[in-house]
Design a protein around this ligand. Structure first.
Ligand code: SF4
Length: 377
């Protein structure tokens, strides 16, 4: 079988996904693939004819970052091939003949293009190399293991470029997840973060559901603890009773339920169909059932047409959570929200300052800059 790359090839690696758990996990897996299959990795661009760029396209700032790095490496005449890996919706430079694209959702394509002894699917990575990921949550614990359960989702949020990159849900088979967790339990690890773009979409392509998966995983060993990374609020409301039963076990130690806004009007413009009041009431109930669970959420501020009243509702809603990530809105040109009226720059700056002071005062999380996707506080 002829491969695009042989183990005699040398690679220079560029990581643009250092603030995303899923991107860091996939990048770690690809780097381990290179090492286990004896590819040469150089930390000098001039010593490598091939480059792998771990791409992220969550916000315009990230797209620009990847574009700039791609242009930089493509401007080097000695560079023969560039692999754009990960999420790359809206990254134009990817049209260059020397660029090969492999999405993290189709990671098995690595086997097709790279000569190998160890296949990518036979490589397990459940934690981050410190060089590949910048922890940003107070609840971050390097001892907790990450388990990918799905990519893509069943929703269509009007601002989202991840959806453009990943499309609908691709769930990992339950048997594979059980095997990964059982192996880790055998190694003395009992707490797991279940990673997905939306855990609530798990099983949509397999006639299953996240609640069924979680129940099954808790049956593996009574010491197993689960953290839920990104649960779409509407999915929580749709199966509230079943989530109450899960939380009643006291073994769901963390839930990230991205509310995104405290305003019903803004949620409508985001194409996120749920009542924020009902979500907050559900969080209150789940906290009663499991007082030790850490409730995390995301908010987008300065979403187009956001009024001061909408903004206040968002700040009020944050009181229901233990930790919050505030993201300053940035337009993704290839999304439905791109056509909406932007908030004026003075009001944007004012709200950023309000959130900055709010977080400084209560230490409840962080504000993400819309250009770097990196923390402001
Ligand atoms: S749930 Fe919404 S924001 Fe999250 S990946 Fe899906 S479309 Fe994007």
């Amino acid at each position: 079988m002829s491969f695009t790359f042989s183990t005699r090839d040398t690679f220079f690696l560029v990581n643009c996904g250092e603030t995303c758990e899923m991107s860091a996990l996939h990048f770690g897996k690809v780097v381990r693939f290179f090492r286990l299959n004896n590819y040469r990795l150089s930390n000098q661009l001039e010593n490598a004819e091939n480059v792998l760029v771990n791409s992220c396209c969550v916000i315009t700032g990230k797209v620009n970052d990847v574009e700039n790095k791609l242009q930089f490496v493509l401007a080097r005449p000695h560079v023969k091939k560039v692999v754009l890996f990960g999420c790359f919706a809206g990254i134009e430079t990817a049209s260059d003949q020397r660029v090969m694209r492999i999405s993290s959702k189709a990671i098995e394509a690595i086997n097709t293009h790279f000569e190998h002894r160890v296949a990518i699917e036979d490589i397990s990575v459940t934690s981050f190399h410190p060089d590949y990921f910048i922890p940003y949550q107070q609840s971050y614990d390097p001892g907790v293991r990450y388990v990918l359960i799905a990519q893509g989702c069943e929703n269509r949020c009007s601002y989202c470029n991840i959806k453009n990159a990943k499309g609908s849900t691709k769930s990992v088979p339950t048997a594979d997840i059980i095997r990964e967790i059982t192996t880790s339990v055998g190694e003395g690890a009992y707490e797991f973060i279940l990673l997905a773009d939306d855990c609530g979409s798990y099983g949509a392509d397999r006639n299953s559901s996240f609640v069924e998966l979680a129940r099954t995983l808790l049956e593996i060993d009574p010491r197993v603890r689960l953290r839920v990374h990104y649960l779409f609020p509407a999915a929580l409301l749709a199966r509230r009773g079943e989530y109450e039963e899960l939380l009643r076990t006291g073994r769901i130690t963390y839930m990230n339920v991205p509310l995104q806004s405290g305003s019903q009007r803004i949620l409508h413009l985001m194409n996120r169909a749920y009542d924020p009041g009902k979500v907050l009431d559900t969080i209150r109930r789940l906290r009663e059932l499991s007082p030790k669970t850490w409730f995390y959420t995301h908010f987008i501020i300065n979403f187009p047409t956001e009024t001061d009243e909408d903004f206040s509702r968002t700040l009020e809603a944050s009181a229901h959570f233990d930790e919050c990530l505030f993201m300053n809105y940035s337009t993704n040109p290839r999304t439905a929200a791109a056509g909406l009226d932007e908030v004026d720059s003075c009001r944007r700056a004012h709200r950023l300052a309000v959130v900055h002071d709010f977080l400084e005062a209560n230490g409840k999380g962080l504000l993400i800059d819309d250009t770097t996707a990196g923390p402001v506080v």
